[in-house]
Each structure stands twice: as C-alpha cells, then as structure tokens.
Design a protein around this ligand. Structure first.
Ligand SMILES: *Cc1c(COP(=O)(O)O)cnc(C)c1O
Length: 239
C-alpha cells in the first residue's frame, strides 16, 4: 500500500509542476481516481489518503463498490469527518441503467445523445434532484469512439439546457491511444476551444465550468491545455 501512496504523490507532483509551467492554480484541477482496476483494499487506501473523488466506468462495478465504501466510512468515522465519496460515472451509459446510477453518482461524464440526457432528466425529476452531467465530445474523430462530434456539440448542449432537472456542467473528452503527443494535444486543444466558445456564446449556463480530460498516459498534457478534471487509474494502481 506504500506504493499507492507514493504513486499518487508522484501524480500530484506532476500535476503541480504542469500547473506551474502553464500558470495555473493546482486548486483548479480536480483529480478523479479511477478505481475500475483496483481491489477494495486499494480503494479504501485511496480514501484513507484523503481522496474522495472516485470514478467508475461500469454501472455494475459502481453499484458493487459504492456501498462497500459507505460502510468503510461508517466504520472509520475518524477518517471521514462527515465527508462522503463522490462517484463519477465516466464510462458509456445505457439508458436502461440511468435509474440505477443516478442516486449514487455526483457527476455523469459520458452523456452524448439527447435521448440519454432526456432519460437522465426524467429519472432526476422523479427523484426530485438536479443531475450534473458533462457532454462527451469525440475530439479525435475516430468513428468507433463514443461522444458527439465537435460540430454537433453546441446544438446538443442547447437542447440539453432546456431540460429542467439536468445541469450541463461542462465537457469531457478522451484522446486516442497513441504515443504521438501532438495528436493527443490537438484533441485537448480542440476540446478547450469548444469549451471556451460554448461559454462565450452563452449556449450554456454559469454552471458550465468543467473540462474533463487526461488519463494516466496523457494527464500532464491535459493540465497544460486547461483540464479541470483528470481521470486517472492505472498510474495510481498499477504503476
Ligand atoms: C479507465 C478510464 C480512465 C482512466 O484510465 P487510466 O489509463 O487507467 O488512467 C479514464 N477515463 C475513462 C473514460 C476510462 O474508462
């Protein structure tokens, strides 16, 4: 478990130096620890270390792990001092699973169709809550990827903004799996430009503040290009 503490420390240092290189405040960059590949013991260690923003990409796993951690915090009240884990749903979400995830999650990163947003809206209305979501944008333009195209994103955002129980909190994107840093950076730049454009044209409300991009292999580039949320798993759990 020492390893996990060291690795997360290393990640935090890399984030801090990327921030200072690009004139950003580290407080503006939130780390979501992606637990999909981790054991329960490893996830508990993360919480013990003070990280409460956790991400899962599968509904099944989220429903399994979330109650275990709730219990863990119940048993270790000295740790939590009233804090709760905030779960982020980062993977593709099917409409028939929305009802199950909504009570558990703080932010859904992966909304890419109006139909999915509408489903979230009606489930949220039934629970009498406002669901925070991000629009997933396919900035790499790979056909097999999820996400709305860059060109279609503003119109979809406008439509989502009319839903009364959904709050569009920003954009999410994934860079392609490549070692070519220029290709990765281009995707992140495209996402940032779209983010700034949508804010500027007031397509979205004042709660449109988050840009979720950057994973284990590319988070430093993501910080340099303006990410406000990083989703990092293997760099913390498998080195
Ligand atoms: C798994 C996953 C991550 C984290 O990937 P790592 O390379 O393990 O850091 C981030 N975002 C999404 C959508 C994922 O599915």
């Amino acid at each position: 478990m020492v390893k996990i503490a060291e690795r997360i420390q290393f990640v935090k240092e890399n984030i801090a130096s990327a921030c200072s290189r690009s004139g950003r405040n580290p407080a503006d960059v939130k780390l979501v620890v992606v637990t999909k590949s981790a054991s329960i013991e490893a996830i508990e260690e993360i919480v013990r270390l003070g990280f409460y923003e956790l991400g899962e990409n599968r509904v099944q796993q989220l429903k399994k792990v979330a109650p275990i951690l709730d219990e863990f915090l119940q048993r270790n009240q000295d740790l939590s001092t009233g804090k709760k884990v905030h779960w982020h749903m980062i993977g593709h979400l099917q409409r028939n699973k929305v009802r199950q995830v909504l009570p558990v999650v703080t932010l859904i990163h992966s909304v890419d169709t109006l139909r999915l947003a509408e489903e979230i809206n009606s489930s949220a209305a039934k629970l009498d809550v406002s669901a925070m979501i991000l629009l997933e944008v396919n900035t790499s333009e790979e056909p097999q990827k999820f996400g709305v195209s860059v060109g279609a994103a503003p119109h979809l955002a406008e439509q989502i903004d009319t839903l009364s129980n959904v709050k569009l909190a920003g954009l999410m994107t994934m860079a392609p799996l490549t070692h070519n840093k220029d290709v990765i950076r281009k995707c992140f730049v495209r996402a940032r430009e779209l983010f700034v454009e949508m804010k500027g044209e007031k397509i979205v409300g004042p709660h449109f503040t988050e840009l979720s991009m950057g994973m284990s292999s590319d988070y430093v580039i993501a910080v340099e290009e303006g990410a406000t949320i990083l989703r990092i798993g293997s760099a913390i759990f498998s080195g």
